[in-house]
Structures are given as structure tokens and as C-alpha cells.
Design a protein around this ligand. Sequence first.
Ligand code: FES
Length: 244
Amino acid sequence: MPLCADGQIAQPGDFLPLSVGGWSVVATRDKEGAVRVLRNACRHQNMPVVGTVPGTCESFRCRFHGWTYDLQGRFLAAPPPVAPVDPAPGANDLQSLPVRVLNGLVFFSVGPVSTGVFPLDPGQPYGGTIVTDIACNWKVCVEHLLVGQGAGEPEFAWFWPLMAVRRSGPVVLVEQVVPHTFLRTRLFSHVFGGALETQKLQAAVAKEACERLQLERAAGMPAQGNALLARFHKALDEAYSGSS
Ligand code: FES
């Protein structure tokens, strides 16, 4: 699954907590410069080690009882009253998830590593990420990304289920949908080859359009659209029926 842009954790010690499909994870760059994705679940009592705000640190110290981990998730220390029962090396490390950095984006997996390769290389320098919180279901947000894509639109590709890439001249926009709750979705707009400012209006338009679409769906209005939208709904039907 896509997690973030590589540039969002550009320096050693940078970290970015995220919730993806109910999975609380933290992306970080360790002291050797490698990207890590750790489960944000303390090995003491399974509480989130870090909150929701990104930052930079030397190590992670759990907010609850002080267990400490290095940037690779390795257990370092705990106050004596809450010391781990099993002190064996590795027994108390944060779970480290498979991660791949491809084309300026960080992908992670909660299962075995996929052999698939993200086929689109932005080929342009990372310009930044716009984060937009939208009051809609994630499927409505994907619908918005897919409708209107046809002749005359910028070059467009969709990667089931949560990512779309559009190229317009030298600018490549990677749009990543992150489901949060039933009616809350976060849209990451990763910009390559252009200035962040130029894309802010588009993000605001997307928010307004998604929230309007959500009201239409709640009122029972069916989705109107193109072949891409039909493909999305077919894939959803298959996923929810367990046939794929
Ligand atoms: S839950 Fe993290 S130290 Fe207790």
C-alpha cells in the first residue's frame, strides 16, 4: 500500500505517523538513511508510541510508561517498574513492516512483500505534499478522482484501489487516498516537477467536490460516470464478495 512520499521523511530522525485502513504505522528514516515503516503499537501494552503529529527525533519514547525504541524500532530501555518480562534481544522490538521506496514514494505491506512494481516513474523532483481532510467515505473520494477522466484530460493512471497519477506537462501529481473513518478521508497530493502552490487550488476543489458527492450518495443518487468508474465499482463488488 502507498504510505507517503519519500520526501516527507527526508532527514534521519524524521517521522510521520499515519493510519492506513485502521493500521497505525509510523514511517521514519533511520540514522543510516534507510526508510523504515514500524507498527505504531508499543510492545508493553499495545498503545500508540507516537501521536498523530509528524516530527524529528533521536529515538521513540512511548508516551504511556516510557519504553524507548531506536529509529529501527529496536527496544532500547524501559523504567525498572515496567521493565519487560522477557529481556531477550528482539523480543520487545516494534514490529517492522516490509517497505519499498519506488519512484519517490514509500510503500509498505502488512503481509508478504508484493512482487508487483509501481510502474509509473514521476521522473521529476519531489515538490512537496498537500494534505487535505475530506468529510466523505474513501470510495467517494476515489470516485471523484476517476470521474471526468477521458479525452482531453491530462495523462492519467489509476492504481487500484487508492492511488491515481496524473501528468500535465512537466508536473506529475500522485493522489493517494487514505481511509480514516466511514466519513473521513485524507487525500495526499504528492507533487513532482512543480511548485506546491500551483496545486493547492486543485486540492481545495477536490475537497468541495468530494463532500458534495458524499451528500449525493447519502441522498441515494447513483454514481454517474465512465468506464473507469465502472471498473472501480466492479472491483469493489468482487473485493467485498471475496471473489478476488
Ligand atoms: S504502553 Fe508503551 S510503555 Fe506502556
